[in-house]
Design a binder for this molecule. Structure first.
Ligand code: EPU
Length: 427
């Protein structure tokens, strides 16, 4: 199995180009199933998850071609309506084909995703929403089967909690429904906004972007579109936290600063200098006398749906707090089991205890972490171990890095250009 080897202790300096967002690219790729013709998507990151989604489109009859970050997808003829277990088990976001397949073909069969490393993650909101639109759903041998006779019918629905992929799936189902659909308590994540923009470019009539109340006026049909994936706020946030942990000064080129407001505020409270610029975000770690790094203030964090602090940056922020000068309480409110990184961080010298949905992080100062062999358990947990390894004294060896490759494009190469000593060792 491949590993990442990191020699920690060096500051990060220079510029890093932020890639397209994984969690925006996946629904945009799924949306190409809604209309025949050639769709052109720019800024599509080349990741394990985007490759899985392209493979899924292929199994449904789509054809695609990649040229750099631009992917052309043709879904003129669909030859199937099934997302098989083998693909869904490697990527839960495969469920995003349910909405577009129902809209285009009136039928879909998708393997029900099981629980994963961060929680149970049911899809009941998606299914209840489809049922409001006139879809009959059933569970057959581990597969969700969804069917509608004729067109879907617009209706009003309310999510108990704002679900990101739930909102995306329902939007894609409702765009060509008869009449109007209202989605209340919808997710406001920028990735949902990116999808709304693409769907409207395809001819949909969706109102309420960036709010928790969306209105979809159904249209007869959509056409293929050309659109771009937004920059990845979680990738950018991960590099911001890495600079805070290691010291230095880095420009995150092309990230959208307002998408990172919650993290920027927390990092400023920690003592970082954050400058929002036209060309991206500049993050700098102040130095004190004798060129040593400033001490990190400890700051509490509660994860929330956007625009709150993202759960996808919780693990990375926890690694930083392990090096702070006080006690930070990190409250995870989105997923019930997203603390798998704690045991690994503790092996590197952190002092973190879990109390229900809260982690109590007793910061032991900047010099407290030391390199160790550790194991990645999920995508963002892996990123927190990279940050800890970059800041720790000595060598850190991270195994199971396929998790990292699901969501970070060229992470080792990007960190190398910033001066980090990090390389991948292939088994
Ligand atoms: N929920 C339900 N029932 C549902 C749907 C959601 O109970 O039918 C609950 C979830 O269990 C969770 C909460 O609602 O407690 C919110 O989950 P959400 O549906 O928003 O999560 P998701 O759509 O499955 C997306 C991202 C995740 C990110 C979350 C939260 C994609 C492909 N995935 O997941 O990204 O953590 O939103 O922001 O967009 C990652 O990139 O590492 C990642 C896990």
């Amino acid at each position: 199995m491949d590993t990442l080897v990191i020699e920690g202790g060096l500051p990060l300096r220079g510029e890093v180009q932020i890639s397209g967002a994984k969690n925006a690219a996946l629904p945009l790729l799924a949306a190409t199933l809604l209309a025949p013709g050639e769709h052109i998507l720019h800024n599509v990151p080349d990741l394990r998850d985007t490759r899985t989604m392209l493979l899924l489109l292929e199994t449904l009859g789509g054809r695609w071609q990649r040229d750099g970050a631009t992917v052309r997808i043709n879904t003129d003829t669909l030859s199937g309506a099934e997302a098989p277990y083998d693909l869904v088990k490697t990527m839960r976001a495969s469920v995003l084909v349910l909405g577009p397949l129902l809209s285009r073909a009136g039928f879909a069969r998708v393997s029900l995703p099981g629980g994963c490393a961060i929680g149970a993650r049911p899809i009941d909101y998606h299914l209840k929403g489809f049922e409001r639109l006139g879809v009959a759903t059933s569970l057959e041998q581990g597969y969700v089967e969804a069917r509608v006779n004729g067109r879907l019918r617009g209706d009003t629905m309310y999510f108990d909690a704002p679900s990101v992929t739930g909102t995306e799936n329902l939007l894609m189902a409702a765009v060509c429904a008869q009449g109007t659909t209202h989605i209340q308590n919808a997710a406001r994540e920028p990735e949902v906004g990116n999808l709304i923009d693409m769907l409207n470019t395809m001819g949909a009539r969706i109102e309420g972007k960036d709010s928790d109340s969306l209105t979809v006026h159904g249209v007869e049909r959509l056409v293929a579109a050309e659109t771009a994936v937004i920059p990845d706020r979680i990738e950018a946030g991960t590099y911001m936290i890495a600079v805070a942990a290691c010291g230095g000064k880095v420009l995150l080129r092309d990230c959208i600063c307002r998408h990172l407001a919650a993290l920027s505020e927390k990092l400023r409270l920690c003592g970082l200098i954050i400058e929002e610029r036209q060309d991206g975000m500049l993050v700098a770690c102040p130095e004190v006398a004798g060129n040593s790094l400033c001490a990190l203030e400890s700051v509490d964090v509660t994860t929330q749906p956007y625009p709150g602090f993202p759960t996808d940056l919780q693990a990375q922020f926890m690694a930083l707090m392990a090096m702070s000068e006080g006690t930070a309480i990190i409250h995870e409110t989105i997923f019930e089991n997203r603390f798998m990184h704690v045991a690994e961080l503790n092996r590197m010298g952190a002092d973190i205890t879990i109390e229900g949905s809260r982690a109590v992080v007793r910061g032991c100062g900047r010099d407290s972490l030391s390199g160790a062999p550790v194991m990645a358990t999920d995508l963002r947990a892996s990123a927190s171990l990279v940050i800890a390894g970059l800041a720790a004294a000595g060598t850190t060896e991270i195994s199971r890095i396929y998790h990292l490759e699901r969501g970070y494009e060229n992470m080792a190469a990007k960190l190398q250009t910033l001066g980090a000593r990090i390389h991948k060792v292939s088994a």
